[in-house]
Design a binder for this molecule. Structure first.
Ligand SMILES: *Cc1c(COP(=O)(O)O)cnc(C)c1O
Length: 234
C-alpha cells in the first residue's frame, strides 16, 4: 500500500502545519487551543482520505453535497467521527441528510427548519443546527440576513429533535474577513442572550481561519489546507 502510506504522510504533514497555525492564532487571540474544533472538509476527496484523517486524530468531518456525502458516510460508518453538513441544503435532501448528519451548518430559512425537523423525526435522530448568517448580501451563497437570525434560531430551539447549537458563516468575497467575522460574533452574542447554550461559531476556512479564531470562532472548516487543492466540480 505504497500509495496509501504516502497519502497518509502528506495528510500528516498538512495537519502538522495546520495545527501550528491554529495554535499561533489561539496564542495571538489569548484563547486556549481546546476552544477550537477543526472540521476537515473532505468534499471531492475519497472516503479513504476520511479514514486516514481519522487515524491521524481528526474527529470531525464536513461534507457539502448530499449525493457525495451519503455514500462516503456509509463507507466510514465504523469510524468514531462527528459528521457535519456544511453546504447549502435543499428541502428535498433533508430526509437523506437527517439519516447521517450530526450537525447541519446551513439553516437559513424557516421552511428548512420545518423540513429538517420532519426528517429528523422520521429518522429518530437529534441534529445540532447552526443558523447560517449572510455577511455579504449575496443570496446565492446562502445564509439568513442578520435581522432574521434570531427568529430562525427560535424556531430551531422550539422544535423537537433539532438542537440550536449556534451560528455559521462564510466570509464575504469583497470585504475583509476580520470585519465580517466581527459582525458574525455580534450576531452570535445576540442569539446567546436568548439561548445561552448556542455557543458554536463556525467560521473560517483554509484562507481565513486565523481571522475567524481572532473573532471567536469555535469551529473552523478546513478543506484545502488539509487535503490539498480540489479538482473543479463539474
Ligand atoms: C469547501 C468548504 C470549506 C473548506 O474550504 P477550504 O477553503 O478548502 O478550506 C469550508 N466551508 C464550506 C461551507 C465549504 O463548502
Amino acid at each position: 500500500m505504497i500509495g496509501d502510506s504516502s497519502r497518509r504522510d502528506e495528510l500528516a504533514a498538512n495537519l502538522a502545519v495546520l495545527e501550528q497555525r491554529v495554535q499561533a492564532a489561539c496564542a495571538a487571540a489569548g484563547r486556549a487551543r481546546d476552544e477550537i474544533t477543526v472540521i476537515a472538509v473532505t468534499k471531492t476527496f475519497p472516503a479513504s482520505d476520511i479514514r486516514l484523517l481519522a487515524s491521524l486524530g481528526i474527529t470531525d468531518i464536513g461534507e457539502n453535497r448530499d449525493q457525495e456525502a451519503a455514500p462516503k458516510v456509509a463507507a466510514c460508518a465504523d469510524l468514531p467521527v462527528t459528521w457535519h453538513f456544511v453546504g447549502r441544503l435543499q428541502t428535498n435532501k433533508c430526509r437523506s441528510v437527517a439519516t447521517y448528519a450530526d450537525v447541519v451548518h446551513s439553516i437559513d430559512r424557516p421552511h428548512l427548519v420545518d423540513a429538517l425537523a420532519a426528517a429528523a423525526q422520521r429518522s429518530t435522530r437529534e441534529i445540532a443546527c447552526l443558523v447560517q448568517v449572510s455577511l455579504d448580501n449575496r443570496p446565492a451563497r446562502g445564509g439568513a440576513e442578520p435581522p432574521d437570525v434570531p427568529g430562525i434560531a427560535a424556531r430551531v430551539a422550539g422544535t423537537a429533535r433539532l438542537r440550536l447549537a449556534g451560528v455559521m458563516a462564510i466570509a464575504p468575497l469583497d470585504s475583509p474577513a476580520r470585519t465580517a467575522f466581527g459582525r458574525l460574533a455580534a450576531v452570535a452574542a445576540t442569539v446567546r442572550t436568548e439561548f445561552p447554550g448556542a455557543s458554536v461559531i463556525s467560521a473560517g476556512m483554509s484562507g481565513d481561519l486565523d481571522d475567524a479564531i481572532a473573532c471567536g470562532a469555535t469551529h473552523v472548516r478546513v478543506g484545502t489546507a488539509l487535503l490539498g487543492s480540489r479538482a473543479p466540480v463539474r
